[in-house]
Design a protein around this ligand. Structure first.
Ligand SMILES: Cc1ncc(COP(=O)(O)O)c(C=O)c1O
Length: 429
């Protein structure tokens, strides 16, 4: 009898699809002449090598302190870094020192904010549960949703963020269909959203929390707002919006995910969460099983960088640099893109989001995408940023363009090449 070997992989492992971005990165690496406006990488030329070296040197200078940094730390993170992180958030949100929502003991240091997003999903959601996401949203979060067997519902966006009327519609329809009990959280990339660049106003975040609260009785449990503030510090125009933690009376429903990647050094892979109980305990325990703590040496290096003022100095320079790179992309878009393509100016973050006329497809299988590749320029197709939501078809006429990692010359040339390709695909007016 023939004996067939079965896979030993878990359901989760079998379900987990290859991240779409790995294909995009592999494509970029395989074509040396290709200009990638797809990568979400940060600006290479300004990475703070000296600030990190000096900070790490200070950590390791004395053998005693050096040995402490080379030992395991606690799962929750380096106490000094947790203090400094809490103080930074209080400053950004103009919150009084006494507010317990901003206490250092609510801060959990994680392996990038990506780990916090994963842990939050792991702590709150079982397979089949539903997360509400922006339409479109950060595609790596959609990877977590897919891998963990969760379902997603998209909520439309407006110029100032989430469309609250649509959020209500979605919640109502889930209630009607008896699925509200499966809803656990609303995931919001609230500052210079990846991919659209949109910032959700504080008023809207507070209103979304109020709305979620009204559905808790029907859901039978708390409904959380997971606020992903990965790009908050990368503002180069206008005033900062307070985080959802500042919404009076709702902080026990907010999970705030922040990072030191984008504003300082992506390679350190240090991020953080601010969490209410009982989530803080649950997430810390699960993190303990993952890694029992983010790299201590890197946390202490970061704490030195912040305490010495190097972090803020670097951030100031970085904001100017991204303002410049965004301006380079804006000028190129004005010059080279056909007028039928719509896009909004960037005030922070790393992205422009371009909307083509309906019917002009941008997906990886589209003729336009292949023509762009042939012209040696890569973008992120908008399609990848939409959740599998049975309530609507995914738009397929958008693209994300990043000014993060490409040089100024490559931004100009990349947009010029893409503009040439677009002109061939847009119907004449
Ligand atoms: C919206 C968003 N959230 C979270 C992350 C994760 O970043 P990190 O893990 O480096 O903090 C990214 C990275 O690109 C992102 O774009």
């Amino acid at each position: 009898m023939l004996w067939r070997m079965k896979t030993a992989l878990s359901e989760l492992a079998r379900r987990t699809a290859a991240p779409p971005i790995s294909w995009l990165i592999a494509t970029a690496l395989a074509r040396p002449k290709l200009i990638s406006l797809a990568a979400g990488f940060t600006d290479d030329a300004s990475l703070p090598a000296r600030a990190v070296r000096d900070s790490m040197h200070e950590v390791l200078r004395s053998p005693k302190a050096g040995r402490a940094a080379l030992q395991y730390g606690t799962t929750a993170g380096d106490p000094r870094l947790r203090e400094l992180t809490a103080a930074w958030l209080r400053r950004l949100d103009r919150a009084p020192a006494a507010r317990k929502e901003y206490a250092a003991d609510r801060v959990l240091i994680t392996g990038g904010s990506q780990q916090l997003l994963y842990l939050a999903a792991e702590a709150l959601c079982d397979p089949g549960d539903i997360v509400l996401v922006e339409d479109p949203t950060y595609f790596v979060f959609l990877g977590i949703v897919q891998s963990r067997g969760l379902r997603a519902r998209g909520v439309r966006m407006e110029r100032d963020g989430l469309d609250l009327a649509h959020l209500k519609q979605v919640l109502d329809s889930l209630r009607r269909s008896g699925q509200l009990r499966r809803v656990k959280l609303l995931y919001l990339v609230s500052y210079f959203q990846n991919p659209t660049g949109i910032t959700t106003s504080f008023a809207k975040k507070a209103a979304a929390l109020k709305l979620l609260k009204q559905y808790e009785r029907a859901a039978g449990h708390p409904l959380y707002l997971l606020e992903d503030a990965a790009y908050r510090e990368l503002r180069f125009a206008g005033a900062d919006e307070p985080s959802a933690l500042a919404a009076p009376g709702f902080a026990n429903r907010v999970l705030y995910a922040g990072t030191y990647s984008k504003p300082f050094a992506t390679g350190l892979r240090v991020g953080f969460g601010v969490l209410p109980e009982p989530l803080l305990t649950a997430v810390t325990r699960i993190k303990g099983n993952h890694d029992f703590g983010t790299a201590n040496l890197l946390q202490q290096t970061l704490a030195r960088a912040i305490a010495s003022g190097r972090y803020e100095k670097h951030l100031g320079e970085l904001q100017k640099r991204y303002a410049h790179k965004a301006a380079v992309m804006r000028v190129a878009l004005e010059k080279y893109f056909p007028k039928e393509v719509q896009w909004d100016d960037a005030h922070g973050g790393l992205y422009f989001w371009a909307r083509l006329p309906r019917g002009v497809k941008t997906g990886v299988k589209s003729r336009l995408f292949r023509a762009a590749l042939a012209a040696d320029v890569l973008y992120v197709p908008g399609l990848l940023c939409y959740a599998d939501d049975p309530a609507r078809a995914k738009p397929d006429n958008e693209m994300r363009l990043s000014f993060g990692s490409a040089s100024e010359a490559n931004i100009r040339e990349g947009i010029r090449r893409l503009g040439m390709v677009l002109k061939k695909f847009l119907p004449p007016v």
